[in-house]
Design a protein around this ligand. Structure first.
Ligand SMILES: [Zn+2]
Length: 364
């Protein structure tokens, strides 16, 4: 059950205003934007009620997951490759350091981070940041399942941001992540299309990695390596969930007949070297956002590596992606490759680096 952080009445009020505006809207373009905003809000409000999946069997879950991968045949091999690289890689993350920055200090740190990103980002960041006391909400992490949420409004190009405070360095990286989305809302020539795209989480994840580096340089917070490890682990877990799901779906397709029982499914998994006890956990990990996050992680890591060598080029590519017209995911994917960003090139190094930083810390 996702609890709702923004005042529900406030959102319904905004919906009402938008619905009135829709009636008055004169052009098709204007209506389209208003409908996007209303739909976004309703989608968010709907998440209050999580569907109850308890009644589904593992088989039903498996077949429901099919739809998440239907539109991305060109990425399946890359996902499988990252699953191969990350297989069995789990870095033990020690307890996070408690980090009780005040809201104002958190906002200020985020402001400094974006100020350091250069004029393009800073200007767009400030559009929302100047209203931070109205459009950023901080709640307790126990009230929500999400670390952070950004609700975009294409009619005004403004955003509402909600951060569930963990009181660790995550509060900062999540805030940077949500502001990255708000900047894209400003920068994108067609945010409605961007929002639907496979690459819609890449902005947040890439800037999260830069925020981790920033923390390491600017503060003495020792948890930054752990943050990085956390990022790796999330990616490796999602990759494994993807691998399990897609392997079982492919096997079913090969047999040309649906599995008939959970027992049969488990037997088949064991045969394919998949731990039958983890199937349900993996299937539950797969949802709408899974392909988005996998894509985002995969490309954010490569862009981050490029940034170490050539920050200007990395930011140039990043800007190009968020300002592209998003006519087709495949085109963005090919453009990224043309610009030298190939998925999985540095993934192995990345995991090694995370392991080493943690091992070094433990020795000290
Ligand atoms: Zn995001």
């Amino acid at each position: 059950m996702i609890k709702y952080n923004w005042d529900k009445h406030k959102l319904h009020e905004i919906c009402k205003r938008l619905e009135d505006a829709l009636e008055q809207s004169l052009t098709e373009e204007e209506s389209e934007k208003i409908i996007f905003d209303i739909t976004t809000l309703y989608k968010y409000l709907d998440e209050l009620e999580y569907p109850n999946y308890d009644d589904y069997s593992m088989l039903e879950y498996l077949n429901k997951r099919k739809k998440f991968f239907q539109n991305i045949p060109f990425l399946i091999d890359d996902f499988l490759e990252s699953a191969r690289i990350t297989q069995g890689v789990l870095i033990e993350i020690p307890n996070w350091k408690r980090w009780s920055l005040s809201k104002d200090d958190l906002l200020e740190l985020t402001h400094d981070f974006y100020k350091n990103m250069g004029r393009f980002f800073y200007k767009k960041f400030m559009v929302n940041f100047k209203d931070r006391y109205k459009n950023v909400n901080f709640s307790q992490s126990s009230d929500s399942n999400d670390y952070g949420v950004m609700i975009p409004f294409v009619t005004t190009k403004k955003a509402l941001i909600d951060i569930s405070r963990e009181f660790t360095a995550l509060d900062f990286t999540v805030l940077v992540h949500e502001y990255a989305h708000a900047i894209t809302l400003q920068a994108s020539p067609n945010y409605m299309r961007f929002n639907e795209s496979l690459f819609s989480e890449m902005d947040g994840h890439f800037l999260e990695l830069l925020a981790i580096n920033y923390l390491q340089k600017k503060t003495n917070i020792p948890s930054s390596e752990l943050l990085k490890a956390n990022f790796y682990n999330l990616f490796s877990e999602l990759s494994q969930s993807f691998y399990t799901t897609i392997t079982l779906l492919k096997e079913q397709e090969k047999r040309n007949k649906l599995f008939t029982s959970n027992k049969e499914l488990k037997q088949c998994a064991a045969h394919l070297n998949i731990n039958p006890n983890n199937i349900l956990k993996h299937l539950l990990n797969i949802d709408n956002s899974c392909p988005l996050y996998l894509t985002a992680y995969m490309f954010a890591i490569e862009l981050y590596y490029l940034y170490q060598l050539d920050p200007e080029k990395a930011l140039y590519i990043y800007k190009k992606i968020i300002t592209s017209d998003y006519s087709e995911d495949l085109k963005i994917y090919e453009d990224l490759k043309k610009m030298g960003i190939y998925p999985n090139t540095h993934l192995e190094d990345f995991y090694k680096e995370a392991k080493e930083t943690i091992l070094t810390r433990k020795k000290v």
